[in-house]
Design a protein around this ligand. Structure first.
Ligand code: URA
Length: 235
């Protein structure tokens, strides 16, 4: 269920503020009833909306897999810096897409974008512990002591108690695969910095059942497949 103003603003025809005004003036009807409160909630897939008597189709839900390049912010808008939405064609910038979880500006890799708020928030909820796998290159060499510290659940200097995580040291020991079940601010970088091995490169390879499509170059995106969406909905 989502707010009426969000659903209608998602069509790109009105801003949320304009929707609020239209609603107040009694110009919006849902399922045959005038709705004056823009925060009333509806299921966009099962509602009939009219504005001034004209039917309006709420935008469907979109689910995009994006290969985030370095240099863009994972937010929907920023006054100064380009965001990941700048990679999308104009019509997809107006449907209310947001990134499910953030990657740092300099981090690359898998980002899920959707306008399905309930699904996005469910995936992000702290109790859910969706596995996220990152490839990293650090300054120095990773070793089994680092892996053991990750496994034990690190306590960072600033008081953050991390859940147990995995670190697989790769053949080139300056590289590794990190698996986290949570997503605190700069978490991989903070954990590796605490081991004295600052991150030089970071790329997210997977998130729960979603794996970055190797055919997507940095900056490219594609809709999720039916199977990927079903896997996410089943989480
Ligand atoms: N951990 C980080 O430090 N940065 C990211 O972008 C993601 C996880």
């Amino acid at each position: 269920m989502e707010r009426l103003d969000k659903i209608l603003a998602g069509t790109g025809r009105w801003s949320r503020k304009e929707v609020r005004e239209l609603a107040k003036l009694g110009r919006v009807e849902v399922n045959g009833q005038v709705v004056r409160r823009p925060d009333d909630k509806f299921d966009r897939t099962a509602m009939e909306v009219r504005v001034d008597g004209e039917p309006v189709s709420p935008e469907p839900y979109y689910y995009l897999m994006l290969h985030k390049p370095a240099g863009l912010l994972s937010v929907t808008e920023d006054p100064r810096q380009p965001t990941v939405l700048s990679l999308l064609p104009p019509h997809l910038r107006r449907v209310g897409l947001f990134p499910v979880g953030r990657l740092d500006k300099d981090t690359e890799g898998l980002l899920l974008l959707t306008n399905n708020g309930p699904l996005g928030h469910r995936l992000l909820s702290p109790g859910r512990h969706v596995d996220k796998v990152y490839f990293t290159r650090v300054e120095g060499q990773l070793d089994q002591a680092d892996a053991a510290a990750f496994q034990a659940g690190m306590l960072l200097e600033d008081g953050l108690q991390c859940l147990p995580a995995e670190l697989e040291v790769l053949e080139d020991p300056s590289t590794g695969l990190v698996t986290l079940r949570e997503g605190k601010y700069h978490q991989v970088k903070r954990m590796l910095a605490a081991r004295g091995k600052p991150v030089r490169y970071l790329k997210r390879l997977s998130m729960g059942p979603l794996t970055l499509d190797p055919d997507l170059a940095p900056g490219a995106w594609r809709p999720l497949t039916e199977a990927e969406l079903a896997a996410l909905e089943g989480l």
